[in-house]
Design a protein around this ligand. Structure first.
Ligand code: NAD
Length: 360
């Protein structure tokens, strides 16, 4: 079967890691009909829009996309096109496995955690009010009238929204994932001690959904304590479900536990569409240097193969990557902290993985 997939190279290091991944996926024996599309800075240059309708149409049509990272300016400039893409396509669940690979330099061994991040709500909903604007002043007046609290005149404001519907949906997704993948426990992460009406709602929804899954253990953690416990005892955790912001932060923290962002894949899933992308960003200062680790993107590609029903080929790709890491020769600088001079290029990693696929 030929799989028609939207291929979004992204920007920064995106085109390099995406090209390396495309070669590996094709070498797995799976057949693809790639539909190229782009978003972000490069699309703005070519098509005058950061998120062209063409990209959305392509993903809606093909139902599956493989996407490189896309830059969002920090502090000012346009809003995140990644967030916009997920919201416009209803990709409400972000799945980010963090798994130890033998030979990867890491703080712990035998980590196997899957972060399930809510992708559409929370502080990422994009409702913001600029310092000094008339809208910010109106909102401050409304807050004073309704809560009696005063907001400093020179405040900017970003709104956090958490719904019961969105919370139940993501927690149910986490339990269904746990069941389908024979996982034993789901941990819900929140800050409900302080944010009683938003995170408190998330937690009560999580507790209610958990009752429908008596076969799977459930627990919750306050996010600050969760960070400490993940660093000290990561093997105690299995599937972790969290609202958008904590899910984002915990994914990078867990990537740090297993050897870094170069090994952390991901998927954004909706009811009938899926966009596969690594946890890492576009790392612009490394763009064009051919030195970034493409394995996170390749592992995202393996997740995509599983989603497409190509389990055996996905397993072979993951085994080939694991073998290259274990051998420790053809890996990028991030996996060679003691001997960065012996690191290989992005492209040489692809060749090594393809070589392993040939042997298996
Ligand atoms: P980043 O993930 O791009 O990079 C942070 C650091 O992690 C890098 O400097 C590098 O040391 C390391 N790293 C990242 N990817 C690596 C890889 N493949 N191999 C080896 N090391 C790797 O995060 P950032 O610098 O905070 O963000 C850069 C840009 O990426 C921002 O514009 C941000 O908005 C964007 N971003 C995009 C996505 C996405 O497209 N899904 C995700 C996160 C960040």
């Amino acid at each position: 079967m030929i799989h028609r997939v939207t291929l979004i190279p992204g920007d920064g290091v995106g085109p390099e890691v995406t090209a390396a991944t495309k070669e590996v996926l094709e070498a797995s024996g799976a057949a693809f009909d790639w539909e190229w599309a782009n978003m972000g800075i490069s699309a703005q240059g070519d098509q005058g829009d950061y998120l062209p309708e063409r990209v959305l149409e392509s993903i809606r049509r093909n139902k599956v996309a493989l996407k490189g990272p896309v830059t969002t300016p920090v502090g000012s400039g346009f809003r995140s096109v990644n967030v916009a893409l997920r919201r416009k396509l209803g990709l409400y669940a972000c799945v980010r496995p963090c798994k130890s690979y033998r030979g990867a330099p890491s703080l712990h061994e035998d980590v196997d955690i899957v972060i399930i991040r809510e992708n559409m709500e929370d502080i990422y909903c994009g409702i913001e009010f600029e310092k000094g604007s008339s809208e910010a002043a109106r909102l401050a007046r409304l807050i004073a009238e309704t809560s009696g609290e005063s907001v400093r005149e020179d405040s900017g404001m970003s709104i956090k929204t958490i719904s019961e519907t969105g919370s139940r949906r993501i927690v149910r997704f986490a339990f269904e994932y746990a069941r389908a993948c024979q996982r034993r426990k789901v941990t819900a992460v929140h800050k409900a001690n302080i944010l009683k009406l938003s995170d408190g709602l998330f937690l009560s929804a999580a507790r209610a959904v958990a009752k429908e899954y008596p076969d799977i253990e459930f627990e919750d953690r306050i996010v600050d304590n969760m960070c400490m416990q993940l660093v000290q005892r990561p093997r105690e955790f299995d599937v972790v479900v969290a609202p958008n912001l904590y899910g984002d932060l915990l994914s990078d923290l867990c990537a740090g536990l297993i050897g870094g962002l170069g090994l952390a894949p991901g998927a954004n899933l909706g009811d009938d569409m899926a966009v596969f992308e690594a946890t890492h960003g576009s790392a612009p200062k490394y763009a064009g240097l051919n030195k970034m680790n493409p394995m996170a993107m390749m592992l995202s590609g393996a997740m995509m193969l599983r989603h497409l029903g190509e389990k055996a080929k996905a397993d072979r790709v993951e085994e080939a990557i694991a073998a290259v890491i274990a051998e420790g020769k053809s890996v990028t600088y991030d996996l060679k902290p003691g001997a960065p001079d012996t690191a290989v290029t992005t492209w040489q990693v692809a060749e090594a993985v393809i070589g392993r696929l040939g042997h298996s």
